[in-house]
Structures are given as C-alpha cells and as structure tokens.
Write a protein that binds this ligand. Structure first.
Ligand SMILES: Nc1ncnc2c1ncn2[C@@H]1O[C@H](COP(=O)(O)OP(=O)(O)OP(=O)(O)O)[C@@H](O)[C@H]1O
Ligand SMILES: [Mg+2]
Length: 242
C-alpha cells in the first residue's frame, strides 16, 4: 500500500499526534538542508507504529517533531489535541511532560541518581506527592523491585533500559516514543526489553511509536511506516487495532 492520500482529519480528537505537511530544514554550509518533507501523519490513541528506514532517512528527526523537541520549519503539528506548531517552550515542556514518554537507544538515565530516583523525576517535576510510590510500582511492574536503590552503572544494559521504560510510562503518557531501544543490547536482552516495552505501553494504553532497523520487530506493530530521504514512502496498517 502506498502513502494514504487522505488521512483522517488532522486534529481529530482521537489522535495523539497529527502532522500536516510537516517539514524540517536546517541551514547548512551550502544552503538549506531538507531533513523531513511534507509529512502527513495521524496516530490514533493506543496504536502501535513501527518506523523503518535507512540510516539518515529522518526517523529520529520525525520523533523529535512528534515530541515537540524539534520545531517544524513549515506545516502543522498537533500533540494530544493541542497545536504545538508555534507553542512556547515552557508550555510545550509541560505538555510533553504530561503526555509523552521517550525511550532512547542510549538509556539516558541520570548517573548520580538511583533507579527509583530516576523514575520519580518526571512525577516530581509534575508536583506529584506520590512520586516515590508510583515510581516503585512502575519499577516493580518491570521486574526491577530488587534494583530500586542501584545507580545506573550498577545495572546491566537491559536493566537500565527497563528503568528508562519505567521512567517513560510512570506519568501514564498518551504516547510512548522509542528510538532504537534495543540498539545497545544483545539480541536476547533486546527481545525481552521489547516485550516489556509493548507491555508497558499497553498497561497505560499509550500509543507506541517504535523506530527500528529490525523488520521482524516492526511486524509486531499494528502499523508500519517507512521513511526514505525525508519522505514518508509507506504507511501500512498490518494488524487490526487502533
Ligand atoms: N541538528 C541538525 N542539523 C543538521 N542536520 C541534521 C540535524 N539533525 C539531523 N540532521 C540530519 O538529518 C538527517 C536525518 O537524521 P536522523 O537522525 O533523523 O536520521 P535517522 O533516520 O534517525 O538515522 P539513523 O538510522 O542513523 O539513526 C541526517 O542527514 C542528519 O545528518
Ligand atoms: Mg536515528
């Protein structure tokens, strides 16, 4: 199937993300570099979406646009029902804190904080007085009840990524973004972390957007997108669901 000509209406209430003709460019030494070109994409609540594409195609850049970590050069972006196209950074940071969880390839835990403290951070930023209890519950649900007091460098890679998943879902986001979350793990550990990632997204009913180079893994999602040279070249529903 090719890219849909007409997506669901952008801003539709059931979409956690809606991009309309979204483009991203940077000023390079030899002129403007177009990273993403006229992306149209609506992701409904709870849907799992895989993003595949060659290195440099723009996958991470797309995730940055979806999360509002990068500002569009043109087009429109709606996140959790709010237009973020020109939203100021403070408001956007709050929106992201309340609605988006992100898991990176390199874990990105705070090295001086224990697993529990790392997971509690987003809740504390939101002023949640039950931050520690909720963080502990999230860690237990990922099988890390016995590692809560450990610092990141006292944890294995798979454990660190589980902590990162706990941190990403502890606020019960509407959308969980994962950028090659098993890229730094061996295949057996990666497989179990992916299982945890799907379960974590399902447990809070979050949409899951998963960037991967693994075609087999991609087919575990409900929908498959391919990005080539900054363009969305494939948008296929491969499984029933949202
Ligand atoms: N801040 C930036 N300034 C200029 N160019 C950038 C910037 N960020 C990304 N790019 C360029 O945008 C293109 C897409 O990068 P991106 O990181 O999105 O690719 P990717 O598909 O995630 O690749 P990979 O699979 O290697 O992670 C690359 O050519 C990259 O060099
Ligand atoms: Mg990338």
């Amino acid at each position: 199937m090719s890219v849909q000509e007409t997506n669901a209406p952008s801003g539709s209430e059931n979409n956690v993300i809606s991009l309309k003709d979204a483009s991203l460019s940077f000023a390079g030494n030899t002129g403007q570099v177009d990273i993403l070109k006229d992306i149209n994409l609506d992701i409904p609540a709870g849907q799992s979406v895989a993003i595949l594409g060659p290195s440099g195609a723009g996958k991470t850049s797309l995730l940055m646009l979806i999360s509002g970590l990068e500002t569009l050069s043109s087009g429109k972006a709606v996140l959790a029902g709010q237009d973020i196209t020109t939203m100021d950074e403070d408001k956007l940071a709050r929106l992201r804190r309340d609605h988006v969880g992100i898991v990176f390839q390199a874990f990105r835990l705070i090295p001086s904080m224990t697993a529990l403290q790392n997971v509690a951070v987003p809740l504390e930023l939101a002023g949640d007085t039950a931050a520690n209890e909720k963080a502990a519950d999230a860690l237990k649900s990922l099988g890390l009840g016995h590692r809560m007091g450990h610092l990141p460098d006292q944890l294995s890679g798979g454990e660190q990524q589980r902590v990162a998943i706990a941190r990403a879902i502890v606020t019960r986001p509407d959308i969980l973004l994962a950028d090659e979350p098993t890229g730094n793990l061996d295949s057996a550990t990666g497989a179990s972390v992916i299982k945890e990632l799907f379960a974590a997204a399902a447990s809070v009913k979050a949409a899951l957007v998963l960037i991967t180079h693994d075609e087999g893994l991609a087919t575990r999602c409900q929908r498959l997108l391919r990005i080539e040279d900054g363009k969305l070249t494939t948008d296929e529903q491969i499984k029933a669901g949202a």
